[in-house]
Design a protein around this ligand. Sequence first.
Ligand code: FMN
Length: 216
Amino acid sequence: MTVDSQTVRTWLHDIANRAMSLGGPITLMRLGKIKADQDQLMAMEQKFEALSDAINSARHQLAANVAKSESQQLLEITCISQCAVDTNDSEFEYILNDIRSESAERNSKWNINGFLLYSDGIFLQRLEGNSEKVRQLAATIALDPRHKCVTFLSQQPISHSDQDRWKSMLFFSAKQEDKLAESLHRLQQLVLDSNDASQRNALLNDLTDMLKDKSA
Ligand SMILES: Cc1cc2nc3c(=O)[nH]c(=O)nc-3n(C[C@H](O)[C@H](O)[C@H](O)COP(=O)(O)O)c2cc1C
């Protein structure tokens, strides 16, 4: 949210009026048309204070507005990681389910959308929502001992209309033979082997499109 132009016009009008009511007597005094006696100086000092108050009030309201608009910014973070739990363990399905239910609960409460894709030991996650909350959640997730080698693939501001791309936090699981799984493993290999961000981003975009198609 930003200050609307009508409010700014009102501030400027107020400041200009006060400056003019001060500028007039100063000019007359300079021209010798009025005397700078004690009363005149007192009256001018009051006008100076009123002008300074108007400027300070506009400045504070503007600063409050900037802070408010920053807290309303939206952010997207995408990361890839490797599962740190033995995927052959009979408990593994329970672990995945725990992650899913923790994510579903908090993300809907915090209004964070995106996806969590899992395939054969690899996680790919996108978080989209309020920038402070997304950063806070990403930091919590990065420290989770159930996965390792967490690599942030992207972090960028998004618009409010972008946030509707994912209706909530969506969960996908891909079998080894799926195209999705193949692309995910290729992406993981690229992250490990090369610094070629453009190749990585192209593959990430393909993967995201596949997930969007699946969720449509
Ligand atoms: C790959 C992976 C993705 C996760 N994604 C989320 C998520 O989107 N939201 C969430 O609340 N927790 C997620 N978690 C679980 C968090 O790391 C954390 O354990 C959980 O939020 C509980 O945090 P707390 O103990 O601070 O409440 C994920 C964990 C892993 C391993």
